[in-house]
Design a protein around this ligand. Structure first.
Ligand code: ATP
Ligand code: ZN
Ligand code: MG
Length: 499
């Protein structure tokens, strides 16, 4: 990787070439002594304008050298000649680096033009203000170019998927879509906005029974403690977890009013009273740009709540769960039934501990989940090893040293939906997952152990999905439900009768 920068420093007075020559010589020697791979490779001075050409390798960036030299020069010229450095103009800043693979299509990034020949990239910065250089965006821009090229090879490829376990086959009691049947029976009503539902008493009781099973059969016996978190998540948290760049198109954004002052809202109120419509322009004037979104998954806020803390050794592994925050996701064209909705109810257990503790815990969780899906819900289901986007993105799919294959990553739990077709050829539904994420999130939030390494992980228990899978295989008639489930819900509530 090579950096080349041409810049002009304007001085408060003209300075003799010999003086500059000395300064450059000294500075280059100073760089050399620190075995830096950078130097000022040419310069010239015309009146009070000093033009510099700086080249560097990867140890220090050319712009960092420029700012460094400016400070040294300011100090020395100021002291000896009462000359100051007034401003910096960058005429050219280019970075050359090579890619592992040739791009398949043109790519572009903000703040720079890219010239790519084969595997070689020439990135010419368009934005070169001092502030921009000071913020060190250059490295992230290089990473972004590499990532975009990598992604071109990734697109269209199927997500990594490897079966690790499957239950025996179970004969379903029917092959209808439970959502449609429940709408017909009045258990379920389409919600007031896209992808939302109103669960009437029968279905509400089934969802609550699932919640109870997850808590009583899985979380409590393993010692998980309940927390209650906010379900409005500020962007700062998602900047740290990567959700903001990972799925900005799925977030439900939350705005605050610009003011609570009723006088500011007067025109809005008047317009509503007169027109009985939403005065959109007036509304826009009175709200601020969103700084937060509705919960996407519960774990980010849990990590945030522990940021900067050192966890007591004797409390590890820390086992907590939230079942209060409701998840919002803009699923758009993917919406279907109660299984892919824009608003769903999840329980999310989060575990933080030493690597060996989490590996042991994962086995215990799987054992408990198996009991639920085999003995209580009596499902036909399977587990598969998959690689979620946040690990793909980070390039962390490789096995973490020393822990063998299949430790860091995600297990998807999938079940057959008979209404989608036969078990071999139809797409099964992921109804929950379980991840061990290494130190990604504890690092992002600076959560530490008293000593040694700390890992974390989480499991997303989607209640709508548990219900969708159960009803798709077992039908709506409690008579046909397995004994284990009937211990939790034997009789459905009467519900709401309408004419
Ligand atoms: P999918 O691939 O089905 O979109 P996902 O990978 O986006 O799922 P995760 O982010 O891993 O899902 O969330 C974990 C769990 O949350 C899922 O296993 C599922 O139980 C639940 N879930 C996710 N999205 C939805 C949705 N739109 N409707 C209902 N439940 C959902
Ligand atoms: Zn999570
Ligand atoms: Mg999804």
């Amino acid at each position: 990787m090579r950096f080349h920068l041409i810049a002009r420093l304007s001085l408060s007075k003209s300075v003799d070439g010999d003086v500059i020559s000395k300064e450059v010589e000294n500075f280059n020697r100073y760089l050399d002594e620190r075995s830096s791979d950078a130097k000022i490779d040419s310069w010239s001075i015309k009146e009070n304008v000093l033009e510099l050409s700086i080249v560097s390798g990867t140890k220090r960036r050319a712009h960092d050298i420029l700012l460094n030299f400016r400070n040294v020069l300011s100090k020395n010229l100021g002291k000896s000649y009462r000359v100051g450095v007034r401003g910096i103009e960058v005429d050219l800043y280019e970075v050359r680096f090579s890619l592992d693979k040739k791009p398949l299509r043109d790519i572009s990034i903000p703040f720079a033009d890219l010239e790519i020949k084969g595997n070689n990239v020439r990135m010419i910065l368009r934005e070169t203000s001092e502030e921009f250089l000071r913020k060190n965006y250059v490295d992230r821009m290089i990473r972004l170019v590499k990532e975009k090229v990598e992604n071109q090879y990734y697109e269209g490829k199927k997500e990594f998927w490897k079966l690790i376990w499957r239950s025996e086959e179970k004969e379903p009691v029917w092959n209808k879509d439970p959502t449609e049947e429940m709408i017909k029976r009045g258990w379920l009503v389409q919600g007031p906005t896209k992808g939302k539902w109103f669960y009437r008493p029968q279905l509400a009781a089934i969802i609550r029974a699932m919640e109870k099973i997850a808590i009583e059969e899985v979380l409590k016996p393993l010692g998980f403690q309940e927390v209650i978190e906010s379900h409005i998540v500020p962007f700062e948290i998602w900047l740290k977890t990567g959700h903001l760049e990972g799925m900005p198109g799925e977030i439900y954004y939350v705005c605050e009013p610009r003011t609570r002052d009723i006088a500011e809202w007067e025109r809005f109120i008047d317009l509503v009273k007169i027109t009985r419509e939403i005065p959109e322009d007036e509304l826009r004037r009175n709200i601020s740009l969103p700084k937060a979104g509705i919960c996407y998954a519960q774990c980010p806020v849990i990590y945030w709540s522990l940021k900067g803390k050192t966890l007591a050794d004797d409390s590890l592994p820390l086992l907590i769960f939230d079942r209060t925050a409701i998840s919002g996701r803009y699923e758009s064209g993917g919406r279907h039934g109660i299984e892919r909705v824009d608003e769903f109810h999840r329980i999310e257990p989060v575990y933080i501990g030493k690597p060996e503790q989490l590996i042991e815990l994962r086995d215990k969780l799987i054992e408990r989940y198996k009991r639920v899906f085999n003995d209580i819900l009596d499902l036909e289901w399977r587990m598969a090893w998959v690689t979620p986007w946040y690990l793909q993105q980070a390039g962390k799919v490789e096995v973490e040293e020393g822990y063998g294959e299949g430790v860091i990553g995600t297990i998807d739990f999938e079940a057959w939906l008979p209404y989608r077709g036969d078990r071999e050829n139809s797409k099964w539904l992921e109804f929950q997952n379980l991840s061990i994420l290494g130190d990604k999130y504890v690092k992002a939030f600076n959560i530490k152990a008293q000593k040694g390494e700390l890992w974390s992980g989480c499991s997303g228990i989607g209640l709508e999905r548990w219900v969708a899978v159960f009803l798709a295989q077992k039908g709506l008639d409690p008579e046909n439900w397995p004994e284990g489930f009937r211990r939790y819900l034997n009789k459905l509530p009467e519900g709401i009768k309408t004419l």
